[in-house]
Design a protein around this ligand. Structure first.
Ligand SMILES: [Zn+2]
Ligand SMILES: [Zn+2]
Length: 340
């Protein structure tokens, strides 16, 4: 199935001349529940893993036996928190959780991997116990898919027995990647463009206020019937648009594009090895859409109100999003995480 994001309700390049210098493509992954194989790009699916290669483990000291049984989380019928594996010591190595794998052929915005690698695999430790912000720990593995001649069976991959939280475990999803255009987060645009965006947003707010001001008030009418008639004749609220919500940055899991800084001020994310400003490689979002529905693909519009439709992966890291940033100068330089 293909998924198609509707065009933006207004064209940002017509609205804000010069903004075309601050556009970037991204690939929306559009994860949806399914049964992916090792040969497919997926979220929460099995990884194409060479039988002879050790599976990455978490060796950081933290509680690893208390939480939720992965088998219960995957069964989806009420996992219960408890001390399920008291024999696992804090220092014991535990297998990381397979979170996603992306074949370059499916994801046009996947940056070139090192040494001709064409498959990116994402694993994480499903305990929010790492680093000063106590988050999951992410491991990226690049490989050449053609090199894997003897893969482990997809249903026999290592996995942790216990996870810290259910929302750290992606449900198996197939992907329908779609390339779209995004525009830089407003506060990171050059001053002139930023002012143009804010002035336009003020005009939108003005329309909303003017509409609310003219709305019939029952206290102004002699009878309820007269008020009702006036209210019925009053025009519908005009659609109020915002740059961030409707024009600039898409919600949901994606590769490439821009990072949104809606919960904090924008932060620099520079490579720890060479100082180059890093780019968001992968955005892990709690929802594929929220109250703003202009980004919902045509194919999903009938599912907008269906419970769970907007949260196919079940993953919720940070308050909304986890972004994995990588170095555009050298894909082998260590990645950095950022949360919103
Ligand atoms: Zn860990
Ligand atoms: Zn670097």
């Amino acid at each position: 199935m293909t998924r198609t994001t509707p065009p933006r309700p207004l064209d940002p390049e017509a609205l804000f001349p010069g903004i075309e210098a601050h556009r970037r493509t991204c690939t929306r992954l559009h994860p949806r529940p399914g049964t992916p194989t090792v040969a497919e790009s997926s979220v929460g699916g099995p990884l194409l893993w060479p039988a002879g290669e050790p599976w990455p483990v978490c060796t950081a000291p933290h509680r690893k036996g208390r939480g939720y049984l992965l088998a219960d989380v995957r069964a989806g019928d009420g996992a219960r928190r408890g001390k399920h594996a008291p024999w696992i010591a804090d220092e014991d190595p535990v297998p990381l959780l397979a979170a996603a794998q992306l074949y370059a052929r499916d994801v046009p915005d996947l940056p070139a991997g090192p040494d001709g690698c064409d498959l990116l695999q994402v694993l994480w430790c499903p305990f929010e116990a790492h680093g000063p912000d106590r988050t999951v720990e992410v491991v990226l593995r690049w490989r050449r898919a053609a090199d894997v001649v003897d893969p482990l069976p997809g249903d026999g991959l290592p996995a942790p027995e216990v996870v810290g939280r259910e929302a750290c475990v992606p449900r198996p999803c197939v992907l329908d990647p779609e390339r779209i255009v995004e525009y830089e987060y407003a506060d990171l645009l050059p001053r002139k463009l930023r002012k143009a965006v804010h002035a336009w947003e003020d005009s939108q707010t003005g329309r909303e206020e003017a509409w609310a001001e003219g709305e019939p008030d029952y206290r102004d009418f002699a009878s309820y019937e007269e008020y009702q008639a006036a209210a019925a004749a009053y025009p519908e609220q005009p659609e109020i648009l915002s740059y961030w919500h409707h024009l600039s940055i898409a919600p949901g899991w994606k590769v490439g594009g821009y990072a949104s800084w809606h919960l904090t001020d924008p932060a620099r994310v520079d490579c720890g090895s060479c100082g180059t400003p890093m780019r968001p490689l992968l955005t892990v979002d709690a929802g594929e859409w929220d109250g703003i529905t202009t980004w919902v693909p045509h194919e999903d519009r009938e599912s907008i109100g269906v419970p769970g439709a907007a949260t196919p992966t079940g993953v919720h890291l940070g308050r909304d999003e986890m972004r994995v940033f990588t170095c555009p100068a050298n894909p082998a330089h260590p990645h950095r995480l950022s949360f919103q």
